[in-house]
Design a protein around this ligand. Structure first.
Ligand code: 13P
Length: 339
């Protein structure tokens, strides 16, 4: 294992004011996003939309890494250059989603475990040779009555650790993503309790799997009330509880934590990240690895039309800049509105 290379990549991804664009929507998920704007999900549209994003002027100013799905990882831009070279040319690191999705866990009604370990070492070797600097594996933990169970948390954490070890063996930084979903009606304290249990198990399993934490990044949910809860928490409470939960569970050897947005609005995701960084004095860098919260405005502005590239790129650049400021605790609502 080349730990220096892993550390260099991990630190580059969380360099000040930069974070990750999660553009790794699977073919099924991007179809849902395109359906919302009335665009057909053809291969040309799937690639063209990503090419538009990656060609945004100043792309690398705030985007240090991009997570891609297998199709885009191998795809070419219209002029024939690989999409991953557009990313690398902008001083950003190409990454690859390698899990095979969350599937029903046998004998655990209502719970899912992420699959994809079979043959992963061989696939990882190929992605590394093609230029992947990092990878992502997402585990999904739901909150409901009696859920999650300990058996489900352990199964997901174990798979994440096996995946992370395979990444490191191939010189690829593992993004470890245990997502506690915000879909339910639970309050913020229940989210805290579940997130704490999940992260404790994840770091136990990473230790057992011999994973070197200095060459990893964590991609967690924020500690937040469920979408259907009548008791929504303030920005300050989300920030305080998320930081408190992470301090209890995430070792200081981890270089950075890059949050998922998980269904928050674009501005909420930015405000929460900013409030956490304003707390300051944290052992790890706190940044973003947003999918929806970086793309909503851009997707709408694009609408599937070439003539809208500039408008969509402006919308994307604005979101990237706002999140870059939030990653340094320098964002404000005033800056948001001034744009
Ligand atoms: P969201 O920010 O839309 O949650 O997507 C991030 C991601 O990569 C989920 O796996």
């Amino acid at each position: 294992m080349n730990i220096e290379k892993l550390e260099t990549t991990a630190h580059k991804i969380v360099s000040p004011g930069r974070g990750i664009l999660a553009a790794d929507e699977s073919t099924g998920t991007i179809k849902k996003r395109f359906d919302q704007i009335g665009v057909e999900s053809t291969e040309a549209n799937r690639n063209g939309y990503r090419e538009m994003l990656f060609r945004t002027p100043g792309f690398g100013d705030h985007i240090s890494g991009v997570i891609l799905y297998d199709e885009q990882f191998r795809a070419k831009a219209r002029d024939g250059s690989p999409l991953i070279s557009l990313i690398a040319d902008a001083d950003s690191v190409p990454g690859i989603k390698v899990d095979a999705g969350a599937k029903d866990q046998a004998l655990f009604p209502g719970e899912k475990v992420t699959e994809g370990l079979d043959g992963l070492s061989k696939r990882m070797a190929e992605y590394a040779a093609l230029g992947a600097g990092f990878a992502k594996w997402r585990a999904v933990i739901d909150i409901a009555d009696g859920v999650p169970t300990r058996g489900n948390i352990v199964a997901n954490a174990h798979a994440l650790a096996r995946y992370a070890a395979i990444c490191q063996e191939h010189g690829v930084v593992p993004i470890v993503e245990p997502e506690v979903l915000m879909d339910g009606g639970h309050d913020i304290d229940r989210c805290f309790e579940v997130t704490e249990a999940v992260l404790n198990e994840v770091y136990d399993q990473l230790y057992l799997a011999n994973v070197r934490l200095e060459g990893t990044l964590l991609k967690p949910n924020m500690v937040i009330a469920g979408k259907k809860s009548a008791k929504q928490a303030s920005v300050a409470e989300v920030a305080e509880k998320t930081v408190a939960c992470l301090k209890r569970t995430v070792p200081a050897a981890v270089p950075g934590i890059v949050f998922l947005s998980g269904g928050q609005s674009e501005e909420e995701a930015t405000a929460h990240l900013d409030a956490m960084n304003k707390i300051g004095n944290l052992p790890w860098a706190l940044s973003f690895s947003y999918g929806r919260a970086l793309q909503q405005a851009a997707l709408k502005a694009w609408g599937g039309k070439d003539e809208n590239w500039s408008a969509a790129q402006r919308a994307f650049a604005h979101r990237a800049r706002m999140n870059g400021l939030a990653a340094k605790g320098e964002w404000s609502e005033g800056l948001e509105k001034a744009a």
